[in-house]
Design a protein around this ligand. Structure first.
Ligand code: ADP
Ligand code: MG
Ligand code: ZN
Length: 610
């Protein structure tokens, strides 16, 4: 953490004040003091005083004559100018006055030289040093731009991280892969004896918030060795050459502390492929990367320095970094599955007080796609909500509500929505739910709400799968798109007009339809041809087309076909269940939020009951 100091007044300000004070002293105070004790008189007065025997002692200088009177009542010392007066000596001798001529001081040439050349020089150097030091301090605790090549690597010793594999839930494969490194750091002899080389580096790759940084800390905690942690961006400094110096410094420190772990977080900041620069590359980054490559080759693996790195953009890394002997071991840290989510929730829930009836499985099922960081956040939101509600323990509803907070934002209870809009929203949401429920490959409806959220959602239908599926069948994909169409379809049937409320549905449906055509090989037209590649799978996964403009147009037509047929299907389903659509909407309008069970109960009841 850099400490941000309040801006101080510039040094020049203090200099200014000092100079002004000196000037004032010089021109007013000193002369006044001198004036007081030394009185200047003319030569005649001096001679008269000598003749009258009023002078006790005389000192003749080059330009002035100083003399002390016999009676020192007020003036202790007089002064007068020197006049070419050959009689002076006799006069003084006659008057019996003690007198001397001051011997002009012969300064030695050496002393002179020192005083006029060396001393000012030394003073300047001293001031310079002092300024440097001040500036350094100001640039962040001695680690700023002027501390050339000193690395920022912080040493986290086990006692400080205190994190072990127990704190990392799920991620069993990753833990297993890293366990070997821990084992090596504990007992390197075992490996050396058999002649095995332990990997020098392991690269943790995965989406943000899945626990990569946490895992690295846990490795350090488990092996009880020092843990150097530095972020890739910290290497890239304001001066060229600094990054390389930092790398050198870091590895030097690490080798002194071996066995230890060096952790380079977000390594893509320096490890980007060297030929990927559109604008002719970045010299500084390349230098840093080269230094890193050299250092990784340079040290003896037997010493026990293990390098871990983390990134969520592995595809951008330079190939040289990934070759055997460097980061040859890749440890995927993926988004947690159902069981993983449940155990992550439990790890974090251990820190809060819970009601007995809490069912983490329900929460885990409702949060497919959430990362470890999201889940930690959900637990914390739930605890905050419990406090807000004046309870001392977290209960199931806190958790369920906080899932929605993390997904869709806080409730906007006082948002003003007209009755007409509210009705449209209710039909829209029931449209989604009804279409989902009437298809065989859709996930069951879990909750429907028309309470608006801060994310801008005016209402939503939550579907939760019983079991988590990894593969998506073509039928499931089509049913998903059809469900997205359900909202708009309901508006069309009931209101005979359409609103802007379906914009998000349209976006999501199109995304699925596009992936079906371009990446999943689910269209007849293109069969199994790859039409798109995913650019960065761990960060949003945007894609780029690989095809000619002609084909692109055909792809668009194909996507449109899928969407149109799903839209028709949604309309058909709702037309067939128009009574239920009305009935459920009425119920939702009254309650604002209904559960999947309530929904299914009404749906399955005989229509005659209304
Ligand atoms: P990243 O992969 O982006 O480095 P972090 O390791 O920084 O993610 O994780 C952020 C936070 O999320 C952690 O501090 C932890 O609280 C929580 N978290 C993420 N994954 C897990 C996990 N598998 N088990 C427990 N907590 C996790
Ligand atoms: Mg991280
Ligand atoms: Zn919708």
């Amino acid at each position: 953490m850099k400490e941000i100091k309040p801006p101080k007044k510039p040094i020049l300000f203090y200099y200014g004040i000092a100079i002004v004070i000196l000037l004032l002293l010089n021109s007013f105070i000193f002369p006044a003091v001198m004036e007081h004790s030394v009185k200047e008189v003319d030569y005649g007065t001096f001679l008269n005083m000598v003749e009258d025997g009023k002078v006790k002692e005389v000192e003749i200088n080059d330009n002035t004559i100083m003399f002390k009177p016999v009676k020192t009542n007020k003036v202790k010392l007089y002064k007068t100018g020197v006049i070419d007066d050959p009689q002076l000596v006799t006069r003084l001798h006659d008057a019996n006055v003690k007198f001397t001529k001051v011997i002009p001081r012969e300064t030695s040439p050496l002393l002179n030289f020192i005083l006029s050349w060396i001393l000012p020089f030394l003073i300047f150097i001293a001031i310079g040093q002092w300024l440097m030091k001040r500036m350094q301090n100001r640039l962040g605790g001695g680690s700023g731009a002027l501390s050339f090549g000193k690395s920022n690597a912080k040493v986290y010793v086990e006692a400080q991280t205190g994190i072990t594999f127990k704190d990392v839930a799920g991620q069993d494969e990753a833990k297993e892969a890293l366990q070997e490194i821990v084992d090596f750091l504990h007992n390197p002899k075992k490996y050396r004896e058999i002649g095995a080389n332990i990997p020098k580096g392991a690269l943790l790759v995965g989406p943000p918030g899945t626990g990569k940084t946490l895992l690295a800390k846990a490795v350090a905690g488990e092996s009880k060795v020092p843990f150097f942690s530095i972020s890739g961006s910290e290497f890239v400094e304001m001066f060229v050459g600094m990054g390389a110096a930092r790398v050198r410094d870091l590895f030097k420190q690490a080798q002194e502390k071996a066995p230890c772990i060096v952790f380079i977080d977000e390594i893509d900041a320096i490890g980007k492929s060297r030929n990927s620069g559109m604008m002719g590359g970045n010299d500084e980054r390349e230098q840093t990367l080269n230094q890193l490559l050299t250092e990784m080759d340079g040290f003896d693996p037997d010493k026990g320095v293990v390098i871990l790195a983390a990134t969520n953009r592995p595809e951008t890394l330079d190939k040289a970094l990934l070759r055997p002997g460097r980061f040859d071991r890749r440890v995927p840290v993926e988004l947690p599955d159902l069981a993983g989510r449940e155990s992550i929730l439990k790890v974090h829930a251990a820190k809060v007080k819970l009601e007995d009836n809490v069912d983490f499985n329900v929460i885990a099922r409702a949060t497919s796609g959430a990362s470890g960081a999201d889940l930690a956040n959900i637990i914390n939101e739930a605890a905050l909500r419990a406090v807000r509600m004046g309870r001392t323990k977290v209960n199931q509803s806190d958790l369920e509500e906080s899932v929605e907070v993390v997904i869709a934002g806080y409730q906007r209870k006082n948002a003003v929505i007209s009755m007409k809009d509210k009705l449209t929203i209710a039909y829209h949401e029931i449209g989604h739910a009804l279409v989902a429920a009437k298809q065989s490959h859709s996930a069951p409806v879990h909750k429907i709400t028309i309470i608006p959220r801060t994310s801008g959602a005016l209402g939503y239908t939550m579907q939760v799968d019983e079991h988590e599926t990894i593969l998506m069948t073509k039928e499931q994909a089509l049913d998903k798109i059809t469900t997205f169409m359900g909202g708009r379809a309901a508006e069309e049937i009931i209101n005979k007009t359409i609103t802007s409320g379906a914009s998000n549905d349209i976006e999501q449906a199109t995304k699925i339809a596009r992936a079906m055509v371009t990446r999943f090989g689910m269209s007849d037209e293109f069969d199994m041809m790859a039409l798109e590649t995913v650019n960065n799978p761990y960060l949003g996964g945007d894609t780029s087309l690989l095809v000619s403009a002609d084909t692109a147009a055909k792809i668009d037509a194909e996507i449109l076909n899928i969407i149109k047929s799903c839209h028709q299907k949604a309309i058909r389903i709702l037309e067939e269940n128009k009574d239920k659509l009305h009935e459920l909407t009425k119920f939702l309008l009254e309650k604002e939020t209904i559960t999947g069970e309530e929904f299914m109960k009404i749906l399955e009841a005989k229509t005659a009951e209304i």
